[in-house]
Write a protein that binds this ligand. Sequence first.
Ligand code: ADP
Ligand code: ZN
Length: 197
Amino acid sequence: MQTARHGWIEVITGVMFSGKSEELLRRARRALIAGRRIQLFKSILDDRYGGQFRISSHDGRQIDAEPVSNSAQIAEKVDDESEVVAIDEAQFLDDGICEVVDALANSGKRVILVGTDMDFRGQPFGPMGLLLARADEIDKLNAICVKCGDPATRNQRLIDGKPAPADAPTIYVGGSESYEARCRRCHEVPISIAGES
Ligand code: ADP
Ligand code: ZN
């Protein structure tokens, strides 16, 4: 029985399509090869999905994860025996996740957090800024700008095909929204639609 294991927090972050899920799946597979006990969680905006959930990358690979809608649920569900705890879509969690992951790392667990660090405006998304400050190790990945082919670091939100204005809600419910990876130069955030008729 190991008593004084060394815990830490790693964060995989970056824009959408940057390969965060691919990297998480790679680390999860390697932890399984190493015989580590791993638990995977995926934060969801609400728990209507229930049951098992999946972490999938844009290349179609996937692995089952438990759905959670807040940090307290993660604290409750982590098994003492787990050696690796991975949390996907961490940007949707509350700030309480910082205390939870600090406690897990202090108790000797390897914690892997995955989330996009910026919202569609280019501002810190949810608890990601705080998590990056507490991390022992960070990998910030970029994608390819769909407009010019440069490295992309921004999430471009489109609503009905048009750049979403800065005063749109951070988490958009309903309507036809989509996202693109773009570089700083091609990223568009119109100030506001207020006043337009
Ligand atoms: P993330 O979890 O960061 O959203 P994924 O791991 O799900 O990213 O997907 C990354 C994959 O998405 C890439 O390996 C590539 O095949 C594909 N992809 C689609 N659009 C882009 C883009 N604009 N830039 C880079 N990769 C892209
Ligand atoms: Zn560009």
